[in-house]
Structure formats: structure tokens, C-alpha cells
Ligand binder design. Structure first.
Ligand SMILES: *[C@@H]1O[C@H](CO)[C@@H](O)[C@H](O)[C@H]1NC(C)=O
Ligand SMILES: *[C@@H]1O[C@H](CO)[C@@H](O)[C@H](O)[C@H]1NC(C)=O
Ligand SMILES: *[C@@H]1O[C@H](CO)[C@@H](O)[C@H](O)[C@H]1NC(C)=O
Length: 410
């Protein structure tokens, strides 16, 4: 997996830090064992649908809350992404930002309503009155917090918040992801971060910007103040990627908490470029209550080839092997309708065009739609992807890695 900007050359900090997540390895060892057992006994790599359903974990799997964000022209991409990451246990909020005309939002909502599984489980919501989300400014952060607040409000049953862009795509079926997450402590946050700001110090941290999408109804780009500011010394800045997986507890802390740190940092980030790539990282690492819960990876596969670019490299068919070998849960930045999406659907998700990624809850016998008949959504049928992802997470949480790369001050 691409370690992106993660710091990698520090001696392990073997000091007085307590081993907060000692028991995780036990969980994971049990998980690996379980997955191997289920492979050898009942689950061949691509289980035919008529197989008896192996039940995965004893307790019900967790529920994940997804924010899927897009902009003008992203309706079909968001729908495809939704079908690819859908599971009836999860919750989905679709945010098509204000740059997209209202008729696209209406089309999105109608298309969602028209899918029987979405309609019946009532777990897909489309934001009706979104704001603008400019990734160069701070409105993208406002949109992410808005989505997270809606997800908190809609349900108290979920354990993790995941934000995906229309250009992201899953590299594991939801059954596998839910299976692996059902063994993790619920306070973990998967957030890639570093305090080595490099080029971002001059381009992202010192400039002062105004993001007009916050206060003007006309579409206008971000503009820069002529003066720059000093780096703060009341807290330490961390930067990373827009993709984050946050625990419910941490999302509540940011949105509902009485501790003022998240709001102070939000004010600071209001006139900082691309603040959605720094905010959660900075809050987590500056909070004594949460700084031990951060895992320095976002579980996305992404490649940064040229440092100064705003986005990671666009992935395509040539990246398929590396992407799937990485064990990552998601891929970041695939162009619209790129051929690699079809290959992921076919070989990784077992998803037919226009349909939902099948899982243990799908009982349909028909070859055309496995998910036309619904069974118990607590039943997962994890496959080989769960095993790869488990190995990745096991590695991230191992003694040599977990605390070594956590909120390091460079
Ligand atoms: C977390 O915060 C506490 C209190 O400020 C500090 O002592 C500790 O070193 C921090 N841990 C990390 C991983 O940053
Ligand atoms: C895949 O990974 C290998 C080994 O890291 C690397 O040499 C190769 O260039 C990668 N392929 C692509 C298409 O990025
Ligand atoms: C910060 O990152 C740059 C570029 O990757 C690297 O050259 C430098 O050594 C890093 N600084 C520290 C303190 O790790």
C-alpha cells in the first residue's frame, strides 16, 4: 500500500507510553484464524451463490456511516459508488454540492428511490439543501462536517464515519469490510497524517484565503490575501488526506462536544486552503483524549507522484494489480467510467452492472440480481479480501508501527 505522506524513518519510541491497544493483536489473531478456517472449510475464493452461508462473527457486525460527496455531473458516479458500497446495515448520506444544479439532485434522489433495496431499508439519504464544497477552500470541510452531523442525527446505531468522493471506489465487498471492522475496537480512527508539512507549509498553512462559496451565491474561486501568517504555536498542525475513517465518539466530540478545541481549530481553518485535508488530523493529534486512537493510514490506495499537485495520481487499468494486492479498502481517484471500475466490479466485488455488490444478506436465486430477495443482514459472507485487509490492519496496529507513527512532531 502506498504509505503516502506517513513518516517512516523514526526509531520506535519505546518509552513510557502505555500499550493502549495491546488486546487488538489478540482480536486480529482470532480474526485471521477465523478467516483461514472459513476459507478451508466453506468459502472458496468466489463462492457460488448456492453455497450454505457461513456465519461470520458471533456478535452482530458494526454499522458504517458513509458520506458520499460529488459535484456537478457526478450523479451517475455517485449512484455507481453507492451500489458498490451498499449494505443494509450501513447508513448513507449523498451530498451533491451546490455547484450541481437542483435537477441533478432530484434525479439522484429519484434514482435512489427506484432501487427496491434502498427504498425498503430506508438507509440512503440525499442532502436536499447542500452548500458549496470547494476543495481548494474551506467549504469542503463545512460540507464534510454537515454530512457527519446529519449522519449523527439520523441514527445512533453506527460506529464509524467514512467520507468518500465520487472518484473513490471500494476494493473490498462490504461483507469483508464489516467482518474485519467487527473485530476492531470502536474508538480507532484511521487518519493518515504527518506534521512534516514540506511544501504545504508555504502553500497550505501560511497563506490566508477567503472561500467565497461560504458567503456568495455566485460560483467564484478562492482568493488569497497578500499577507501570510506565521505557523501557530498554541497547537501543532498536522496534514494528510481528505479520506478519513472516524470513530463515532470522535465525530461526536467534533460536532457535539463541549471541549472547545474542535471549534477553535475550525475557526483557525476557516481561511486556510484545503482545510479538509488538515482539520481532523490536527484535532485528533492535539487532543489528549483522542491522540492515542489514531492509526496513521486511511486504508485507501492512492499515489502521489508529484508533490505539488492538489490531487493524487489518477488510477487506471494498469494499477489494478498493485491496487488489489495492496489490501486497501478503497481506491482514491479513478476517472469517471474508467475501465478499471469494470474490472473491480467483476473480479473484486462480484457485482454485475447496475446492481448492488452481493453479500450474505442477498438470497436471490436469479442470475440477474442476487439481491432481489433479502435475508438476514447480520449474516456476512467474507471472502479473500477480508484476509488481505486484516493483514494490512494487523500490520498497522503492530507494536512496531501503531504508536511509532502516531502524531509524530517532526
Ligand atoms: C497525547 O497527549 C498527551 C497529553 O498532551 C501527551 O502526553 C501524549 O504524548 C500525546 N500522545 C501522542 C501520541 O501524541
Ligand atoms: C506496481 O508496483 C511495483 C512494485 O512496487 C512498481 O514497480 C510498479 O511500477 C507499479 N505499477 C504501477 C502501474 O504503478
Ligand atoms: C520531511 O519530508 C521531506 C520530503 O519528503 C524530507 O526530505 C524531510 O527529511 C522530512 N523531514 C523530516 C524532519 O522528517
Amino acid at each position: 500500500m502506498q504509505p503516502s505522506a506517513a513518516a517512516h524513518h523514526h526509531p520506535p519510541a519505546k518509552d513510557s507510553r502505555i500499550n493502549f491497544y495491546g488486546p487488538i493483536l489478540l482480536f486480529l489473531a482470532a480474526l485471521l484464524l477465523f478467516v483461514s478456517l472459513s476459507f478451508s472449510s466453506s468459502a472458496p475464493p468466489a463462492p457460488p451463490r448456492s453455497d450454505p452461508l457461513p456465519v461470520s462473527s458471533s456478535s452482530p457486525p458494526p454499522s458504517l456511516a458513509y458520506l458520499l460527496s460529488g459535484s456537478e455531473g457526478d450523479v451517475s458516479r455517485l449512484l455507481r459508488l453507492l451500489h458498490a458500497v451498499y449494505h443494509p446495515r450501513n447508513l448513507y448520506v449523498l451530498h451533491l454540492d451546490l455547484a450541481a444544479p437542483q435537477d441533478q439532485r432530484v434525479r439522484l434522489a429519484r434514482s435512489v428511490q427506484a432501487v427496491p433495496a434502498f427504498h425498503r431499508h430506508r438507509n440512503v439519504h440525499v442532502v436536499g439543501r447542500p452548500g458549496r464544497a470547494d476543495p481548494r477552500g474551506s467549504s469542503a470541510l463545512a460540507a464534510a462536517l454537515h454530512g457527519a452531523a446529519l449522519l449523527l442525527r439520523i441514527s445512533d446505531g453506527w460506529s464509524w464515519f467514512l467520507n468518500l468522493q465520487a472518484s473513490d471506489y471500494p476494493l473490498v465487498p462490504q461483507d469483508d469490510l464489516l467482518h474485519v471492522f467487527s473485530f476492531l475496537p470502536e474508538d480507532l480512527n484511521f487518519v493518515q497524517h504527518t506534521s512534516n508539512l514540506t511544501w504545504r507549509e508555504t502553500h497550505r498553512m501560511k497563506p490566508i484565503i477567503v472561500d467565497p462559496s461560504l458567503h456568495l451565491s455566485l460560483k467564484e474561486g478562492v482568493f488569497y490575501a497578500s499577507q501570510k501568517r506565521e505557523l501557530p504555536n498554541a497547537f501543532r498542525l498536522f496534514t494528510g488526506s481528505a479520506s478519513v475513517i472516524l470513530s463515532r465518539k470522535f465525530v461526536e466530540y467534533c460536532i457535539l462536544g463541549t471541549d472547545n478545541l474542535p471549534r477553535t481549530l475550525l475557526m483557525y481553518h476557516a481561511n486556510t486552503p484545503s482545510s479538509h485535508m488538515n482539520y481532523f488530523q490536527t484535532v485528533l493529534c492535539n487532543s489528549p483524549a483522542f491522540n492515542k486512537t489514531i492509526v496513521n493510514h486511511h486504508l485507501h490506495y492512492e499515489i502521489w507522484d508529484t508533490p505539488l499537485r492538489r490531487d493524487p495520481k489518477a488510477l487506471n487499468l494498469k494499477d489494478f494489480e498493485n491496487m488489489t494486492e495492496s489490501g486497501a479498502a478503497f481506491a482514491t481517484r479513478i476517472p469517471k467510467d474508467d475501465a478499471v471500475l469494470n474490472r473491480i466490479d467483476r473480479e473484486v466485488l462480484n457485482r454485475a452492472p447496475g446492481q448492488i455488490t452481493p453479500g450474505g444478506w442477498c438470497l436471490g436465486a436469479s442470475d440477474t440480481d442476487a439481491c432481489s430477495v433479502w435475508g438476514n443482514s447480520d449474516i456476512l459472507r467474507p471472502g479473500p479480501r477480508a484476509m488481505k485487509l486484516t493483514k494490512v490492519i494487523e500490520d498497522l496496529l503492530s507494536d512496531g508501527n501503531f504508536q511509532t507513527y502516531q502524531c509524530i512532531w517532526e
